[in-house]
Design a protein around this ligand. Structure first.
Ligand SMILES: *Cc1c(COP(=O)(O)O)cnc(C)c1O
Length: 509
């Protein structure tokens, strides 16, 4: 498939500018500049004053149309099912956004004296109590801005813990071959050598191989459970025993916690450190670059290493305060206290759901995934590797390698063709251990009707792969941007041209 240009350009707002067009009437400058403001302005040295400001000139309607049109070029949770496995693209309730735009939240500054932001600190404190309850950890830092950021912090904590105990030889981090790519990356950034443990025929950590690998040099293991195949690590007790035997620590990658909510806790499984992605499981918007939040929780013996400040409550004085007086803290990992607005949204979501609601999230998301899997795995060209008869948790990974062999159509082609039908593409080619991997996570947000719609479209695309493979291979056909050259698109030197491949609707480049 050659590099195909996009079908139309949406001009930038600057290109749309018509000199003299007016959207908003501003008052004359002399009307505004009076009194104190005028005096303040006079104090600004001449050389620093801006003489002109080149802003696009458009009518209000043109602005509205421009941004509405741009928003329609996208596929989002708000436009259709977004089954992007390992990303938990659930519905983000609008009320969460409303709360963040409340003046009391919007206009606070992190450098305000704590007496004046007691409410905000209380939100963080209460959120932490809930996260502790959900995970079985002793304390959380809300600072990390993403899952990977939390992993990095977790690795720093593991290092600090071992260093404190004089265990300087521990330089190996074990990661399963089904792990999310951020796990080995974070461990490497924190200075560890990564060793990969294979999956067994059920898609779980190969216990025998693990047993052989683990020696005094092992600092820990990073695990996702249920793992990225959607399979629960049935030998978790054994894994905990093997790692703890050599003073190693267990890191739980809790980016996608849907399946466990109110059912099982990483702390009870024996994990020592957990990160959560509030921007996945706890329903704050993500995609398009954030902002995110990846709080890190730890067991008692690691609390001292969490970054400062921790949010504490002083019962005798009845106030919340920020504790910086912690000599073993690994240092700051993010400005101030993390992405506060994301914390507020997650807290609002948790309050609205309540404990029973969260249990239902677990049940509905696992049910949705298995309902869909049951149908999808019977489609021609689709196989389910690793224990094909056993159910999955919140997501499943099928292989389209049979389809590829029979038609030449790849998982990527199928994913692109789904875009034509308004569905976001599932995750593909991850985890790496599944050939032509096609990873679907429907989440609890989708109704049976929508799951059926997705299934029907997917089965039509697969039929099409057999009857008209070229149609699928050249997809997408109905989107604003066609198939782009992915190497060019992600290479810094060619980034600019590939961002500008849009041509005006109908005007083929
Ligand atoms: C998304 C994800 C991460 C990384 O989270 P970011 O917020 O994107 O850094 C890590 N592990 C798993 C299993 C994930 O799904």
């Amino acid at each position: 498939m050659s590099y195909r240009q996009a079908k139309w350009i949406e001009p930038t707002i600057f290109e749309l500018s018509r000199p003299g067009a007016i959207g908003v009437d501003f008052p004359e400058i002399d009307e505004v500049l009076q009194g104190e403001l005028k005096e303040a302005l006079e104090e600004i040295p001449e050389g620093l004053k801006r003489r002109e400001l080149s802003l696009p000139e458009l009518s209000e309607l043109e602005v509205v149309r421009h941004f509405t049109r741009l928003s329609q070029m996208n596929i989002s949770v708000s436009t259709g099912m977004y089954p992007l496995g390992s990303c938990t693209m659930k519905y983000n309730p609008v009320v969460n956004e409303e709360l963040v735009y409340d003046e009391k939240i919007l206009n606070v500054h992190p450098l305000q004296p704590v007496e004046t932001i007691q409410g905000c600190i209380e939100i963080m404190w209460r959120l932490e109590q809930i996260l502790k309850e959900i995970t079985g950890m002793s304390r959380f830092s809300l600072q990390p801005a993403a899952g990977a950021h939390g992993e990095f912090l977790g690795c720093l904590i593991i290092r600090a813990y071992h260093r404190d105990r004089g265990l300087h030889n521990k330089n190996i981090m074990i990661v399963p071959d089904s792990a999310h790519g951020t796990n080995p990356a974070s461990a490497t950034m924190a200075g560890y050598e990564v060793k990969v443990v294979k999956s067994d025929k059920d898609g779980c950590v190969d216990i025998n191989e693990l047993e052989e690998m683990v020696d005094e040099k092992v600092a820990g293991i990073m695990l996702t459970n249920p793992n990225t195949l959607g399979v629960f690590e049935k030998n978790i007790d054994r894994i905990v025993e093997i790692i703890h035997r050599v003073d190693g620590l267990l890191y739980y990658d809790g980016a996608n916690l849907n399946a466990l909510l109110g059912k099982v806790r990483p702390g009870d499984m024996g994990f020592d450190i957990v990160h959560l992605n509030l921007h996945k499981t706890f329903s704050t918007p993500h995609g398009g670059g954030g902002p995110g939040s990846g709080p890190v929780g730890v067991v008692d013996k690691l609390v001292d290493y969490l970054p400062s400040p921790l949010v504490n409550y002083d019962e005798s004085r009845g106030i919340f305060y920020l504790d910086y007086n912690r000599s073993k803290a690994v240092g700051k990992i993010k400005m101030f206290y993390g992405n506060f607005s994301v914390l507020v949204k997650a807290y609002a979501y948790l309050l609205r759901m309540g404990g029973e609601g969260l249990k239902k999230v677990a049940e509905s998301s696992v049910l949705a995934s298995n309902y869909l899997l049951h149908k999808v795995k019977k489609l021609k060209g689709v196989t389910l590797p690793y224990s094909p008869e056993s159910p999955r948790k919140h997501e499943f990974v099928v292989s389209l390698s049979k389809l590829y062999r029979e038609t030449g159509v790849t998982a990527k082609d199928v994913a692109k063709r789904l875009l034509d039908h308004g569905f976001h593409a599932p995750t593909i080619y991850f985890p790496l251990i599944v050939e032509e991997a096609f990873m679907v996570e429907p989440t609890e947000s989708e109704s049976k009707r929508e799951l059926d719609n997705f299934y029907n479209v997917l089965s039509r695309v697969i039929e099409e792969a057999y009857s008209d493979p070229e149609k699928v291979k050249s997809a997408p056909h109905n989107t604003a941007v066609g198939r782009i050259n992915e190497v060019k698109a992600s290479h810094p030197k060619t980034m600019t041209p590939s961002w500008r491949v849009y041509t005006r609707r109908g005007n083929k480049l």
